[in-house]
Write a protein that binds this ligand. Sequence first.
Ligand code: CTP
Length: 405
Amino acid sequence: MSVPERRILLIVTGGIAAYKCLELIRRGRERGLRFRCVTTRAAERFVTPLALAALSGHPVHRELFSLTEEAEMGHIRLAREADLVVVAPASADFLAKMANGHADDLASTLLLATDRPVLVAPAMNPRMWAHPATRRNVARLRADGIHLVGPEPGDMACGEEGVGRMAEPATILAAIEALLEDGRRPLAGVRALVTSGPTREPLDPVRFLSNRSSGRQGHAIAEALARAGAEVVLVTGPVCLPDPPGVRTVHVETAREMLEACLAALPVEVAVCAAAVADWRPARIAKDKLKKRPGAPPPVLELEENPDILATLAARGTDRPRLVIGFAAETERVVEHARAKLTRKGCDLVLANEVGPASGVLGGPRNRILVVAPDGTVEPWPELDKREVARRVAELVAARLGTAA
Ligand code: CTP
């Protein structure tokens, strides 16, 4: 799917992967993207400004304080005129500068001056990518709302193997197009509720029942809906993820707290229940820590059923969301169970996924979804990164609500 001509500000930093930018520009132009390129000094050791200028059809911007360039186009304008800023490759050093808000050359100044979405494609030695300093910088950039594509595993130019290779131009292009599409904001004015993460059901002051959900999928959906323009309330159990940017996040522990927070968020047009709600809770919560008693048998857990949040939302009267989407986490007979859940819970769509230990879905970065509709149809999606799944969910929501352009 091609997009109408959109403007990309491409910042090239130093790294052997810089040569791949030429391919990115060539392929991007075929798909209607227009590029303005900026290089750092280090980038020019790997790719020449002449090659970038020839392929992009525009002179390359290189200097922060350049009389000729400023006269032609001020750097603030350069930062604001683009629809999207892309940093590819993004070196470890450049990520660190971005994370700390440096502005000591044209590239870093533009990133501080822009109000446009920013996509970075990191490329570096696997050890540098794994280093705690880089992890910290990447976490900070994500929290700032910066989008990342890659890096990917594979052989590196330095002869090592591991994660650090820049994403291929086609992958970067797909991420660019996804973000540009998000720019259309098809869900502007739509109120959305998303549940995410596990719940914790206390047994005593120190113990609880829970599950392996990481919240990655639910959080990504909340973020994608917000990026598409929706006003999103995310109700999440305990997770190790930052609150998604642009989303009102409510933190809860138990299923009952989650239900209460969801009901408080109504009315909404769409509810997506991605949380792995604990089905049962201990019938009694001990006031003090349960103690081992020498010779006594281990305690027997009595459980009580938790409220079903999805079914409760789907059964609401006048404030029922127009679209209620559930997940079905299954380890076998996925479609059959998903269809049964759709009927039993009264929702409008079920996104079914196989979550057995071999699938790596629970807690992992990727997901394979089957979209199950009430008429029995099943649409399989390929295995995708959870962020891409989220983008597709936002697309699906817009299509179902009839707000897609
Ligand atoms: N769900 C919910 N409240 C619950 C249990 C589940 O809102 N108490 C929602 C989940 O967020 C998900 C859907 O129901 O959208 C299905 O969850 P899943 O764990 O697959 O199914 P269960 O209802 O728990 O059924 P089972 O454990 O028997 O598979």
